[in-house]
Design a protein around this ligand. Structure first.
Ligand code: RFL
Ligand code: PHB
Length: 387
């Protein structure tokens, strides 16, 4: 088998790349370890920044997003028992859209299949070879048979635990990383959100986030110790702790309750690998960088990476000019490091770190007051948040 671009991973990065390449007349095959049902149900991100929405719309995959996504023009920062609205659209002219990552994945899979795209689900033993040759090969098993896919370029879009990044020989990549001493416990509940905008909240017990997926589904998060077992958090305990952390004016402020149908714990990590390419392997999305979710940047970065990659591949195939391919790492990293900084900053400002003293907590409150009281600070936060 031959294709121009072999794409490993059918997350937002791999699927969007395959679609953008198709629009440029470039062929690709997407190899995905999981089933279609699994990737279309996997609960993850929910906030699309304006750039991402624009890219999806321009690529002709924004119609359900436009119909069902929830446009938001601000967020609330809640701390010291008070809520403060950051009017992002007023400050920047741009907005975010709340739309589940799995909905983006569904839209992209449907569109690729409608366009005759080649996505192989449930592949295993993916191995990359010949990365420094001009005919790299991807070997994999599919339906019990061994397969070989020859290509011009491999796009490693297989997430943090994928096989692409580890295929680069030792010593070629530099890793920059930071682990945070806490996790997020996230729930989805059949409950009408009590608010119209997201609330990022700092309480003495830790961080809490009020988000949503629709008019009937709430998405809520609590900072918890690392390695927390969800069994330690029966539903009642979660609702009570949310009411405590979201307190207003000294009284508990309970979110609307409803049956919880998903509960999970997410570790918090910052991670970047440089460069984002090696020979004919180009890496994108979580395969090459991770941010803690406090800045809502992960999926947006994945989209930005593959937009740059598709543009570079189009220029190369059309004119033979390698300039954009060569500068892919530099072009992508600029945005990646801005998002690293923003995500680290939001995380540091809004979480309690084990061992922090009351002085540190007061510094955090002072920082948050700066953000909501100073239009300059609020604008800087908003520009980063909306992208
Ligand atoms: P993905 O989505 O992980 O997709 C990688 C795909 O590769 C497959 N795969 C393989 N396939 C073949 N062979 C192998 N050896 C393979 N190994 C893996 C996997 O099955 C998978 O289908 O990476 P991608 O495309 O780079 O997308 C990145 C995003 O998924 C991620 O950054 C976001 O979910 C992060 N994130 C958020 N991002 C946002 O932009 N806004 C948010 O509001 C936001 N909230 C979040 C988040 C992530 C969270 N969790 C659970 C980590 C909230 C949470 C709780
Ligand atoms: C979500 O809705 O899942 C979500 C929203 C904002 C974040 C992270 C996750 O910062």
């Amino acid at each position: 088998m031959y294709t121009q671009v072999a794409i490993v991973g059918a997350g937002p990065a791999g699927l969007l790349l395959s679609h953008l390449l198709h629009l440029h007349g470039i062929s690709s095959v997407v190899l995905e370890a999981r089933t279609r049902g699994y990737i279309e149900q996997r609960i993850r991100a929910g906030v699309l920044e304006q750039n991402t929405v624009d890219i999806l719309r321009d690529a002709g995959v924004g119609s359900r997003l436009d119909a069902e996504g929830l446009p938001h023009e601000g967020i609330e920062l809640r701390f010291g028992g008070e809520g403060h609205r950051v009017p992002m659209t007023e400050l920047t002219g741009r907005a975010i859209t709340v739309y589940g990552q799995q909905e983006v994945v569904k839209d992209l899979v449907a569109r690729r299949l409608a366009d005759g795209g080649d996505i192989r689900f449930e592949v295993s033993d993916v191995r990359l070879d010949g990365l420094t040759s001009d005919r790299p090969v991807v070997r994999f098993h599919h339906g019990g048979a061994a397969n070989e896919l020859t290509c011009d370029v491999i796009a490693g879009c297989d997430g943090f635990h994928g096989t692409s990044r580890p295929s680069v020989p030792p010593g070629q990549l530099t890793v920059y990383e930071r682990d945070y001493p806490f996790s997020w416990l996230g729930i989805l509940a059949e409950a009408t959100p009590a608010v119209h905008e997201l609330i990022y909240c700092l309480h003495e017990n830790g961080f809490a986030l009020y988000s949503m997926r629709s008019e009937r589904v709430s998405r809520l998060y609590l900072q918890v110790p690392p390695d927390t077992d969800t069994a330690e958090w029966p539903d009642e305990r979660i609702w009570d702790e949310l009411a405590t952390r979201f307190q207003l004016g000294g009284s508990p402020w309970p979110p609307n309750r409803g049956p919880i149908f998903d509960k999970g714990v997410t570790p918090m990590r910052s991670f970047v690998t440089e460069p984002m390419q090696y020979g004919r392997l180009l890496l994108a999305g979580d395969a090459v960088h991770i941010v803690p979710p406090t800045g809502a940047k992960g999926m947006n970065l994945a989209v930005n990476d593959v937009w740059l990659m598709a543009r570079a591949l189009d220029a190369w195939y059309t004119t033979g000019d390698e300039t954009l391919l060569t500068s892919y790492t530099r072009d992508a990293l600029r945005r990646v490091w801005q998002a690293q900084h923003f995500s680290w900053w939001m995380t540091s400002m809004l979480h309690r770190f084990p061992g922090d003293d009351p002085y540190q907590y007061r510094l955090q409150i002072a920082q948050l007051h700066n953000v909501v009281d100073s239009p300059a600070y609020a604008t800087a936060l908003s520009e980063n948040y909306v992208g």
